[in-house]
Design a protein around this ligand. Structure first.
Ligand SMILES: Cc1cc2nc3c(=O)[nH]c(=O)nc-3n(C[C@H](O)[C@H](O)[C@H](O)COP(=O)(O)O)c2cc1C
Ligand code: SF4
Length: 599
């Protein structure tokens, strides 16, 4: 129901006040403002701009960027279907169509009575218990036709989502193999106590000695990162926990945040202890909204126990507190500089580096950005010392790695292994029968075929941020890469041309192959696009956007060629011959003046 102008204004004022009228909190303000009406009307944009002393265009530039902000009215119930390839393999399309039929509403539309809108969204991080949906931002796993009918009836009866049966929202941790981190008990405060006893310098030495490398994908050495932030000249520093976890197929950070939050927060406090930062920020992906309230509760509990706040554990001068920022549906915000832009209330476009965040990050201050899992690992190092930690894994990849296993296997879920584990071992443990391929580290990662199952999960062999998607022998690897191509086209931030245009063309070519209209020419074009994006893109998204396609063409060529209209490309006209006149006019006939010589 639409609020009256006055009531709307009052609520918006409250939103602005709650956010200290801080333009840096614009993403949070827009999120809360949208909750008033379910969308953001132009008057709200104007009022926010006035309230924050910003130009309307500045507010709009942020608003336009994020998938979860709506500029047109949506249904009272917004239902979004997760559309990772694993959701597809579990039948999300049929359930979507069933629901769309029952509501009489098409994809991306609002039902005529304004009750419901239906659409797809990128992976929601529930691949081990999909297909998943979000209803008004809250996740529901394990969708079936029966569940779809139940949800249909609840919506038709206008039952508020908060009153829906609790079992619909139950999310399992599915921890199948626990090791150093997941298998050990943790007493909140114990890691801080150990680090305080050592002192910040000695503890930093332990972190460096452990050779801990970041678990967010790039594998940068954590101790070196912390040291750089500590040494940077500044009056203020920040610790950011990257909980954006948008890489399709990755869900281990969700499990850590839900079941091991005290480890995550204590890891942040330890980073604060070493670097001298007093402020921590968690960037929580919008899809994990259901984790916000329990995480806030945990923060309150830790403050009450003097594990956060002023004079932590009674140590004068050791002040550190944490606040949570929500994302709003943009995969690129996992890239650390895009994340910082988003934290500052802007569109999440990656910054030009250098300067690196450790020198000039959030609000231009030295900022450490660490992945959720990395921060948990730091608590282990405080408790065991760097040398103890170093003994696990391989020389270049110490410790353990948590994998998010999904796809064609009997036991999808969370597996923690010492680095160096063979891919084949993971496949055996998760009950993958007759696997054809594994996509490691999500669409941005590597696709391994059966001959490569002896390779090892480690930075020096197959690095991964955590995703491990299994594809059985009956799967069409073209369909897998097709899904990834659309993911990248949707998620490209548009800042640089190779990625903005490349990902769009790539998706179109994949559509053309799927429709049976392509030839060898398009296959060559895909390889060419991959090269252009890999070498010319500004950030990791564009640089990796063609990787899965190149891998699957190389390893599963048949899956593509079966769909080609013709294998050989015959151009419609002879371009070299057409240039003969130009050659004659310019008096050239050297190799560079001929097209064919460059082919
Ligand atoms: C497109 C893109 C998406 C990323 N998404 C994430 C993410 O969701 N979570 C994460 O921790 N790191 C992500 N990263 C890596 C971060 O930029 C950064 O390296 C990481 O957060 C650093 O933490 P770490 O050193 O603990 O790994 C992403 C990078 C790129 C290029
Ligand atoms: S590579 Fe893509 S995501 Fe990265 S900055 Fe360029 S357009 Fe944006």
């Amino acid at each position: 129901m639409t609020k009256t102008g006055k009531a709307h204004e009052t609520e918006l004022d409250r939103v602005l006040d709650r956010n200290r009228r801080d333009r840096g909190r614009l993403v949070q303000i827009l999120r809360e403002a949208q909750a008033i009406e379910g969308w953001i009307p132009p008057e709200t944009v104007t009022a926010i701009a006035q309230g924050l002393g910003m130009a309307i265009g500045e507010v709009e530039s942020t608003l336009e960027f994020y998938s979860f902000f709506y500029r047109r009215p949506r249904g009272d119930y917004v239902v979004l279907f997760s559309d990772n390839i694993t959701d597809r393999m579990l039948g999300n399309q049929a359930i979507f169509e069933h629901m769309a039929r029952r509501f009489g509403v098409a994809r991306g539309e609002v039902s005529p009575d304004g009750l419901v809108s239906l659409d797809f969204t990128s992976c929601t991080g529930l691949c081990d218990q999909g297909p998943a949906i979000l209803v008004n931002g809250i996740a529901i796993p394990k969708m079936t036709l029966r569940r779809a009918d139940q949800i249909h009836d609840l919506i038709r009866s206008k039952v508020p989502v908060s009153d829906w049966p609790k079992d619909l929202f139950e999310i399992d941790h599915n921890i199948r193999r626990a090791d150093m981190l997941l298998g050990s008990d943790f007493m909140p405060g114990s890691a801080l106590k150990a680090a305080i006893a050592m002192g910040p310098e000695a503890f930093l030495t332990e972190v460096k000695r452990s050779n801990l490398r970041g678990r967010g994908g790039a594998g940068f050495t954590t101790g070196v990162k912390w040291e750089a932030a500590k040494k940077a000249q500044a009056d203020e520093r920040f610790i950011v926990c990257n909980a954006d976890e948008g890489e399709p197929g990755t869900f281990k950070d969700r499990v850590l945040l839900q079941f091991y939050p005290e480890r995550v927060f204590e890891g942040m406090a330890l980073a604060g202890f070493v670097t001298g930062a007093r402020h921590g920020l968690v960037y929580l992906r919008g899809e994990y909204l259901y984790l916000l309230a329990p995480l806030e509760e945990k923060l309150a509990e830790l403050r009450a126990g003097r594990l956060l706040g002023r004079a932590i554990q009674g140590v004068e001068g050791f002040d550190f507190d944490i606040e949570i920022h929500m994302g709003a549906g943009a995969y690129i915000c996992g890239e650390e500089t895009a994340l910082i832009e988003s934290l500052e209330g802007k569109a999440g476009r990656p910054r030009i580096r250098p300067p690196f965040p450790v020198v000039c990050g959030y609000r231009n201050k030295p900022t450490v950005v660490n992945n959720v899992e990395t921060l948990c690992k730091v608590t282990e190092i405080a408790l065991q010392g760097g040398a103890g930690y170093e003994g696990f894994g391989t020389k270049q990849s110490t410790g353990t790695k948590i994998l998010s296993v999904s796809g064609d296997c009997e036991r999808p879920g969370i597996y923690e292994y010492p680095f160096g584990v063979r891919v084949g071992q993971v496949l055996d443990d998760c009950g993958a029968r007759s696997p054809k391929a594994v996509q490691i580290s999500g669409p941005a990662g590597t696709c391994l075929g059966i001959r490569e199952f002896g390779r090892r999960i480690a930075f020096e062999d197959v690095p991964t941020a955590g995703a491990f998607m299994v594809f059985g022998e009956h799967r069409d690897m073209f369909a897998v890469a097709h899904n990834f191509a659309h993911f990248f086209a949707h998620e490209s931030c548009g800042f640089c041309t190779p990625c903005r245009v490349g990902t769009a063309i790539q998706a179109k070519i994949m559509d053309k192959i799927a429709a049976g209209h392509a030839t060898q020419y398009e296959m060559n074009e895909l390889q060419h696009l991959h090269d252009v994006m890999r070498t010319g893109s500004h950030c990791g998204l564009g640089q990796t956007a063609g990787g899965a396609i190149a891998d699957t063409i190389g390893k599963f060529r048949d899956d593509y060629e079966q769909k080609l209209a013709r294998k050989d490309f015959e151009p419609a006209f002879d371009l070299d011959a057409a240039l003969a006149r130009a050659r004659a006019v310019t008096g050239r006939d050297d190799a560079d003046s001929h097209m064919l010589d460059h082919a």
